[in-house]
Write a protein that binds this ligand. Sequence first.
Ligand SMILES: CC(C)(COP(=O)(O)OP(=O)(O)OC[C@H]1O[C@@H](n2cnc3c(N)ncnc32)[C@H](O)[C@@H]1OP(=O)(O)O)[C@@H](O)C(=O)NCCC(=O)NCCS
Length: 105
Amino acid sequence: MIGIDIVDLSRIDISSESFRRHLLTEEEEQEYQQKRIDSRRREYIGGRFAAKEAIFKASGIQDVLSLSVLTGESGKPYVKDHPEIDVSISHDGGYAVAAAIIKEK
Ligand SMILES: CC(C)(COP(=O)(O)OP(=O)(O)OC[C@H]1O[C@@H](n2cnc3c(N)ncnc32)[C@H](O)[C@@H]1OP(=O)(O)O)[C@@H](O)C(=O)NCCC(=O)NCCS
């Protein structure tokens, strides 16, 4: 199964802790805190939002806090504890997009 999503980054309020608490797991929040530039912070959150929507479309998993979309060594995103899910994120021009594929077991 495959899922895709696009997020308008102007909708992302990086000053809202409550927004982040509803979207980011603790490990994602730690990665987020390492980003120092506001535009990168917006991209990071927008990318996670898009990734979790894409994963929902592909898998039906709706609990966003049950999924941690983290950054691997090369910078490639991965879903912790879900090796069956492949996810890819991109951002440019004020939008973030993500695609997710659930691999056959
Ligand atoms: C790392 C790279 C893929 C990022 O691409 P980009 O166009 O600069 O940035 P994008 O907005 O499209 O993508 C950024 C996202 O890519 C993902 N990403 C980063 N490194 C990655 C990698 N090695 N593999 C897969 N995805 C990666 C991340 O999710 C990142 O977002 P995040 O840091 O917020 O999680 C790119 O800089 C790169 O190194 N490309 C090498 C390939 C190349 O030389 N291509 C040129 C031919 S056109």
